[in-house]
Design a protein around this ligand. Sequence first.
Ligand SMILES: O=C(O)CCC(=O)C(=O)O
Ligand SMILES: [Fe+2]
Length: 326
Amino acid sequence: MGSETQTKLPLIDFSKIYLQKSTPADWDSAKTQVHHALTEYGFFRASMAGMSPEFRTSLFGSLDQLFDLPLETKLKSISDKPFHGYIGHSPTMPLYESMAVPDAPVAGEVEAFTDFFWPHGNPLFRESIRNISDKLYWLDRAVRKMVMESLGLEKYSDDHMDSTKHLLRVAKYKGPDTDESIMGLTSHIDKTTLSILYQNDVAGLELQTKNGEWIRVEQSPDSFTVFVGEVFHAWSNGQLHAPYHRVMMTGNEARYSLGLFSVPKPGYITKVPDELVTKEQPLLFNPFDYDEFLKHLFTGKIGANEDALDTYCGAKESELTTYSKS
Ligand SMILES: O=C(O)CCC(=O)C(=O)O
Ligand SMILES: [Fe+2]
């Protein structure tokens, strides 16, 4: 386990852009910072407008209510689809519980999730989750657009937006009731395009820099943590860095987090743009279908290691890829 440092994560202000009070220069400045952060670190914090104390109280109160439901109710939302449904009471991660709202930004999905747990309705829960999901979704699109522009690949932007879907996952990490640092979620790289997290004021998330230092994310009510997953790393032919991260818990307070995870839609073939393949940077990943990749991952055909996508469709060792290059 590496040592932790107090180094500050890059912090990029999106408030003016979100409120539509920005100039083109504000967008360009944020874009330059995003490009630098995601190529050098693979992550940054984004500050956003509209995260009032009242909103946070209703949001985290709602999550408290959700995880407080009887276990048998939560278990009803178990799913055999990877990353969907209830996860909890795992012997290796006893502090961790999570549930997912598939396609959360799509109209009706947050409502369906709410009705599943509260058949007579729960407007406060529904509105809090809808509100945060809309903000996360907005930020996901803004960041991916900035990435396309900063790589000179605007022409792929619309296609990237249209071929991406989103999963919202809400998580609770119980306080371990000790001053020692206890693993809440083991170190991993997300199997996503982008991941964006928001949390209550109990610290725990740590991200690893390229040189192996663990950085603890500082808490602030108005900031989100944005980082690259394996899919965006592959799409960018390795230009965007996908960082390891983990959750370390201490003390007795529960940590609540919400993450919006963007991934390619079923049937879409993710392919490195020709412009990013050069003599200096040869092709690292063959085209792949994300759902086929997940199937291989979850049926044990490839190990759930951190370079799973590289093992699956890395340009040097791609026997498993079923999609043939044109
Ligand atoms: O809860 C967090 O802050 C981290 C969650 C995470 O890394 C994940 O769900 O992949
Ligand atoms: Fe993660």
